[in-house]
Design a protein around this ligand. Structure first.
Ligand code: ADP
Ligand code: MG
Length: 412
């Protein structure tokens, strides 16, 4: 961990180093000593009566990434987030934001730092009920002393980003829950901060709206390249939106990794258990599973084409621009041969499915059920890969058995 900190220090915008946060009358007393000696949250609670919020937390967040902190309720997610803007002081350690030791700041310096560097979005919309949408949005700028015209301009820009500029003059009560949460996001964006801190921002929304919000947030992130620290107790959400995911338990970090790493190499039985509930296909992308395209030349004799197919589910026939126009499977070829035909044209079929290398396995899963190979095409429709239904199943099964094996190792 330390080593990567040094080499990646340049593009790191937030870094927590050996951070402890203990709640209770004497946070730096015996409770801290116990933590340092390696005792966990429950033991420390029992032996000292103090609550461990964070237990030796270390992580670095890169500029422009979506860093998700995931864990069950009480695992220390909100506490960790709140050390980043010093809504919490810490018991021990260091919190660096853009080269500044946040925990050393106080008073007006701290306030200005929070206002200019960070926007916060909470689970509950926390809008002022008696202010219009645009005034809610511009509130942070008002606190910064910006004139009305400038506030409105920035607010409208932010509202447009979340698709709500038409509602600028409405009152919050006239908006649905999802729309109100969008206003919350727009408000955080209005001051144009480098960092967004989002604490269970979508957790109160219906699944469908929630998915939409996740998509929108990722789009906005793509466009504006903000650094987002996103907290959730939902691993599916974490894996869906996170560039990297940090899993916490009892105030400590259990694992940090990309969604793929978390899924395929869970660091502990605890993570493995979480991962079991996750829909694997959602994060694994087609390019990780697809094979070389191996298209077949249409002028080939059917018998030779069958040899070319080998043990693949099928091969594609391309037009002059390398776009797939048909697929030839062994089954179709043999059937055509048995009724005396010797050309590919009479055996191939055009009712195949296509996807891109970035499509997730989940999204091609249903198509794979037909047993036909799926054409993987680039933005211009040219064939770049051949996705065999069996390989999809194999990959999804591989991850599952990996986790099963891991659990046997850990628990038996
Ligand atoms: N102000 C506080 N006083 C005492 N204990 C607290 C306080 N805030 C959080 N805690 C405790 O710290 C632990 C971590 O809480 P929190 O960070 O809110 O968890 P999460 O956000 O993951 O649900 C919990 O055991 C919680 O009860
Ligand atoms: Mg919380």
């Amino acid at each position: 961990m330390r080593g990567t900190h040094v080499s990646e220090a340049n593009d790191e915008i937030i870094r927590l180093e050996s951070v402890y946060k203990i709640f209770g009358p004497q946070p730096k007393g015996r409770a801290f000593e116990l933590c340092e000696a390696g005792y966990g949250k429950n033991d420390v609670q029992r032996m000292s009566g103090h609550v461990v919020g964070m237990n030796n937390v270390n992580f670095g967040i890169k500029k422009g990434e979506i860093f998700v902190i995931m864990g069950l309720s009480g695992s220390g997610k909100s506490t960790a987030l709140r050390t980043i803007n010093k809504l919490h002081g810490i018991t021990h350690g260091r919190v660096m934001v853009d080269g500044v030791d946040v925990q050393q700041m106080e008073g007006t310096e701290l306030q200005a730092f929070r206002r200019e560097k960070m926007g916060m979005v909470f689970q509950h919309f926390a809008l002022f009920p008696h202010r219009s949408v645009i005034d809610n949005c511009g509130y942070g700028l008002k606190v910064q002393g910006k004139p009305k015209a400038e506030r409105d301009e920035a607010s409208l820009r932010a509202l447009a980003l979340v698709g709500l500029d038409a509602y600028a003059q409405n009152m919050p009560s006239e908006l649905s829950g999802g729309m109100q949460q969008r206003v919350g996001l727009a408000r955080a964006l209005a001051t144009d901060p480098d960092i967004l801190l989002m604490d269970e921002a979508f957790s109160a929304l219906d699944p469908l709206i929630r998915r939409q919000m996740q998509d929108e947030m990722m789009e906005i992130q793509n466009e504006l390249k903000k650094t987002i620290v996103f907290i959730t107790h939902d691993l599916n959400e974490a894996l869906r939106i996170g560039d990297r995911v940090c899993i916490m338990k009892d105030g400590a970090v259990v694992q940090i990794g990309t969604p793929e790493e978390i899924l395929t190499q869970p660091a502990t039985g605890y993570v493995a258990e979480f991962v079991q509930d996750v829909d694997q296909g959602r994060v694994i992308q087609v390019h990780e599973v697809m094979a070389e395209p191996h298209p077949v030349d249409r002028s080939l004799a059917l018998g030779d084409a069958l040899t070319h197919i080998g043990d693949r589910a099928g091969v594609f026939v391309l037009d002059d621009d390398r776009r797939p126009i048909a697929v030839l499977t062994a089954g179709d070829g043999i059937r055509a041969q048995s009724v005396g035909s010797s050309s590919i044209d009479q055996a191939m079929r055009s009712d195949f499915e296509s996807c891109t290398p970035e499509t997730t396995l989940n999204d091609v899963y249903a198509a794979a059920g037909r047993g036909l190979p799926i054409a993987v095409v680039d933005a211009d429709g040219r064939l770049v890969g051949n996705l065999d239904p069996q390989d999809i199943m194999k990959e999804m099964g591989r991850v599952e058995s990996l986790i099963d094996g891991f659990e046997r190792e850990v628990f038996m």
